[in-house]
Structures are given as structure tokens and as C-alpha cells.
Write a protein that binds this ligand. Structure first.
Ligand code: VG1
Ligand code: CO
Length: 544
């Protein structure tokens, strides 16, 4: 029976960079998740007979919301719901399942790299029929709907679906299918990459690896793909059992939160490659023996070698990167004679380029890389492309990097995050920065002369949609750049991100230490934005 529950709007249900993210205690308020999900169903394009995909990263509160989402989908007239066994689907796997099943969309329950548990974070994201995150027009409509919503619909019985058993169940007129969360995705990876070459390199002992799943969603995917299908020995996948609280850690694959992996990779016992993935499996960290590869460099190096993988043997159509991502990938695009696209932060901006066949590979400085095989960034995909390249070339990661920089020059790069700052102070900093922009060109900070300064605005080349205020950019005569923006994924106060980039051309200092190379830029960032004065912080919380 369909039940109509009256409700009133909650403030602040505005999706950020990647869905609605709040503390679990916020999501636990009666009607909170229901209001948001009903708003999605009220505005989403979903013709009669539509399928909805549901899956999450296994964090605390996942199952509760999934049970309710199934009841609500049934009451809202979906013909079919496909849900990952145990409520699990990594974000890239969900994207693939949406596409493969011809679904009209999907709900992904995750707060990605944010910590999980009763006192930590939860999130809901809606993806559209192309498998990608809803674009701003859709998230805007969802938000508008959350402000007027007055009822939500549910069909009693969703909670009786056994999420742990693969099979089908009927909830009202809706067929609920509990599907294997790994199989479809693993099969797709096997089509894209040269598994035979990787298996041979692994079997001969030439290619070794350590993969840290961070007790997050990629554990089962990595076990199946890396150990079972590619033959890496048992134990290659560490922290491979998904936990509701990720073992108390941040499932954020960076040098701070994947410290142990980094220490291993810098030691004498290091395998050929070390990798990690985040809460929902869409990010990747890649560390070669003795060398960390920045995500921006990884994007460029993967693009430069992509032809070695069967799926990309015919070449790339274009490379897209988010604005704060270093310009290393642009140089590869240039050399390949293909377009380089620059979009605002967030994977949703790559969707139209991928759908139109204008880009094949995309990436963000925040450890996201992916291709047109799905419409999300894809952590294991990036790791597999690296493995494919290492297996076919037989070169160590350090050599691939050295050769890349010798050919294209090197973009020294770092991101400084100031977390949980008072929101009013963060907004004041950005407002002051914006006011200062017109007067910046012509000024110098130490050896750095400003040539241009603006707020990044983007017009989507396919659908013409405009996105303003996507980050403040300060450009210098030497080609260096600083970008300032506020995070759209945090759940506590505001997070200021400062992105620092310095280019060294071919023949320049290509093997220096990053902090030394960026010291002038770090000082300039402080002088330009007054970070200490505004926030009271004298050093970033996280440097990646
Ligand atoms: C961050 C990253 C951005 C990424 C987004 C979602 O956003 O900077 O590049 O797309 O997280 O990633 P923000 O607004 O906090 O800077 V995930 O893996 O958390 O879904
Ligand atoms: Co993620």
C-alpha cells in the first residue's frame, strides 16, 4: 500500500560539488533523507517503465537509507530497482550499471572521502541516465523542490527485501533486483585493459604492487580484479574489508591519510607500484617505488601512454581537466594534436564533453581520473591503466615520470587545505580577494609578477549552461598560478583550498623538491589572500 507522509522543508538541502553531504545526525532527522529523495523523484526525468539504480559505499546509515529509498522508488512508480548486494556499489560501478541497465538514473549513497560513522558524514548523490552526476540544472531543480516539498511517498515492504542475497523481489509493482556489485564492473575493466600482459608481468615477478582499499568500497573490487583475475598474490589488497566507519580513518587517498602506503613505497621493500582508493572508489592515489605521482601528473602521463591499452589504442579524442588541475595534461593534448578542455571543479562538468565525444580522458587534481567508459571518475580504472602501461613498457614508474618531464617539462604542484574554518571568515576572505582582483595585475610578490587575476567562469560548449565564480585565479608572468576556492563537499564550517602550480620547462630544474620550488608561491598566496589574518591559521591542515 502506498503511504503519503506529510512533511515540511529542511533548510540547506542544496547539493554541493558532489551531492548532498551532511553529518549523519542531520541525515537521521525524521524525513530528512526522505525529503531529498522525494525531491529527486519529483524533478528527475524518468519515463514510464524506468529503472533506478541504488548503491552506496557501505558507510554507516547506508542500509537504513537504502531500505527507505527502495520503498520510495516503488511508491513513485519505478518499474525496476537494481541495488548492489549488501547495498554496495562503488561510484564508478554505479555509473556503469546505470548505463548497462539503461536506467533513468541512480542514487549513490556516499560522502566519498569524508569519514564515516554515527558522528561523521553521510551523503546522497543523484546520477542521470548517462551514468554521470546530475548537472547543475538538475541539482538546482532538486534543491528548489526541497524548499517546497510537502509530502513523500513510500510503499510498505521495502525493508523486507533481503539486500544480502542476489535475486529478485517484488515491492508493489516494482521489481527489485539485488545484483552482484562487482561482476559487471570487473568485466568492463577486462574489456578495456590488456589483462593478459598484466598477468604475464605479475606471473614473472616483474610487476608487484600494494593496494590500500582503506576499508572502503573498493575492497571487494580490488580482491576480484587484482588478486583473482590478474594474479597478484593474496595480501596485495590491504584493508580490503569495507567497514561502516572505515576503521576510524578518513578514506581519502592522499599522502596524509594513506601514510603507511607512502612509507612502504619510500622504503627498500617497495613494490613496483602502490595505489589506494577512496570511500566510494572514484579516486586514486598512485605512488611508484620511491616516487609519488601527483594526480595532475598522473592524468598527463596516463593520457600520454593511453594507446598502450586496448580500449584507447585508436587514440584519444580530447583531454579534459578541472580548472585547478595543473596544465601538464594540456601539453600532452597539444603534442597529440587533440583538444584540451578546462572545466570547473566536479565531475558533473565532464559529462557533456564525454557524451559528445569531445574528450576521452578526464581528470582532477583531487585524485580523480577517468574516461568515457563510464561518466564518473574511476579509481581502479586509473590503477589498471598504470598497471597496463607498466606491464607493456617494462619501465618503472620513476622512469616513466622522468621521461615525461624531459619531454614536456614539469608542473610542480601542491594543494593546501585549511579545514573547518569559520564560514563567515572564509566568506570574508573570498570576498576581499574578489575585491582585490582588479588591482592585482602589475603588482609583484617577491619574484612573482601578476599578469592576470579573475574569477573562473565556464560556459559549457555543448549545452551553453553557465557556471560563475568557480574559483579565483592569479596568474604570474613566469607561467606560475595560484587558485583559491572554497570546498563544496565539507560538512563542518568551510574549507579553503589553495592550489599552487609552477611550470619548469624542458631543460629546467626537473628533479627538485616540490616544497622548495613552491616556496615563493606559498608566500605570495599569503600576501594576496591574507589567510592568517582572515582565518587565524598560519599553516594548512592538509597538503596534497
Ligand atoms: C572535491 C574535489 C573535487 C571532486 C569532489 C568530489 O570537491 O576538489 O575535485 O570532484 O571533491 O570528489 P571540493 O568542492 O571539496 O573541492 V569525491 O571523490 O569526494 O566524490
Ligand atoms: Co569519491
Amino acid at each position: 500500500m502506498i503511504t503519503t507522509t506529510p512533511t515540511t522543508p529542511f533548510e540547506g538541502q542544496k547539493p554541493g560539488t558532489s551531492g548532498l553531504r551532511k553529518k549523519v545526525r542531520v541525515f537521521r532527522q525524521p524525513g530528512y533523507a526522505e525529503n531529498f529523495i522525494q525531491s529527486v523523484f519529483d524533478v528527475a526525468e524518468r519515463p514510464d517503465g524506468s529503472t533506478l539504480v541504488i548503491g552506496g559505499d557501505g558507510r554507516f546509515h547506508n542500509r537504513t537509507v537504502i531500505a527507505r529509498a527502495i520503498e520510495m522508488a516503488a511508491a513513485n512508480g519505478y518499474a525496476r530497482v537494481a541495488v548492489g548486494q549488501g547495498g554496495i556499489l562503488s561510484t564508478p560501478a554505479a555509473s556503469h550499471v546505470i548505463r548497462k541497465y539503461g536506467a533513468s538514473g541512480g542514487l549513490i549513497l556516499s560522502a566519498s572521502h569524508n569519514p564515516g560513522g554515527p558522528d561523521e558524514d553521510f551523503g546522497i548523490k543523484y546520477n542521470i541516465a548517462n551514468g554521470g552526476p546530475a548537472p547543475e540544472a538538475v541539482t538546482g531543480a532538486i534543491h528548489a523542490r526541497t524548499q517546497t516539498i510537502d509530502r513523500w511517498l513510500s510503499f510498505e515492504g521495502g525493508a523486507e527485501v533481503d539486500l544480502d542475497r542476489i535475486g529478485t523481489a517484488q515491492v508493489g509493482d516494482t521489481l527489485v533486483e539485488v545484483i552482484d556489485p562487482v561482476a559487471d564492473y570487473a568485466d568492463l575493466m577486462e574489456q578495456l585493459f590488456d589483462f593478459a600482459a598484466i598477468r604475464a608481468a605479475v606471473g614473472s615477478g616483474r610487476l608487484t604492487m600494494a593496494f590500500d582499499a582503506m576499508h572502503a568500497v573498493t575492497g571487494p573490487y580490488a580482491h576480484e580484479i587484482l588478486e583473482t583475475r590478474l594474479g597478484f598474490p593474496a595480501g596485495t589488497v590491504r584493508n580490503g574489508v569495507p567497514l561502516e566507519d572505515f576503521g576510524g580513518h578518513h578514506p581519502d587517498p592522499n599522502l596524509v591519510h594513506a601514510r603507511e602506503l607512502h612509507a612502504l613505497m619510500m622504503s627498500a621493500e617497495a613494490p613496483t607500484i602502490g595505489a589506494a582508493s577512496d570511500g566510494d572508489g572514484d579516486r586514486n592515489l598512485v605512488i611508484g617505488k620511491g616516487i609519488f605521482i601527483t594526480p595532475s601528473d598522473s592524468l598527463a602521463m596516463l593520457a600520454a601512454h593511453a594507446r598502450l591499452a586496448p580500449a584507447y589504442a585508436g587514440g584519444l579524442k580530447g583531454i579534459a581537466r578541472s580548472m585547478p588541475t595543473s596544465t601538464a595534461a594540456d601539453k600532452v593534448a597539444d603534442a597529440l594534436g587533440i583538444p584540451a578542455w578546462e572545466t570547473p571543479t566536479g565531475w558533473k562538468f565532464f559529462g557533456t564533453l564525454l557524451d559528445a565525444g569531445l574528450a576521452t580522458i578526464c581528470g582532477e587534481e583531487s585524485a580523480g581520473t577517468g574516461s568515457d567508459h563510464v561518466r564518473e571518475k574511476d579509481g581502479l580504472w586509473a590503477v589498471l591503466l598504470w598497471l597496463n602501461i607498466l606491464a607493456v613498457t617494462g619501465k618503472p614508474v620513476a622512469q616513466i615520470a622522468a621521461e615525461h618531464w624531459a619531454r614536456f617539462g614539469r608542473n610542480y604542484y601542491a594543494r593546501h587545505d585549511y579545514e573547518a574554518i569559520d564560514t563567515a571568515r572564509a566568506n570574508a576572505l573570498m570576498a576581499a580577494l574578489e575585491d582585490a582582483l582588479p588591482a592585482l595585475p602589475g603588482r609583484s610578490f617577491g619574484p612573482l609578477a601578476v599578469t592576470a587575476a579573475d574569477q573562473f567562469a565556464y560556459v559549457d560548449p555543448i549545452d551553453g549552461s553557465e557556471s560563475r565564480k568557480q574559483g579565483v585565479r592569479v596568474m604570474f608572468a613566469c607561467g606560475s598560478r595560484i587558485v583559491f576556492r572554497l570546498s563544496g563537499t565539507g560538512t563542518e564550517g568551510a574549507t579553503l583550498r589553495v592550489y599552487l602550480e609552477r611550470y619548469e620547462p624542458v631543460g629546467g630544474r626537473l628533479d627538485a623538491e616540490t616544497p622548495a620550488m613552491l616556496a615563493d608561491l606559498i608566500a605570495a598566496a599569503e600576501a594576496i589572500a591574507g589567510i592568517a589574518a582572515h582565518t587565524g591559521r598560519t599553516a594548512p591542515d592538509v597538503v596534497t
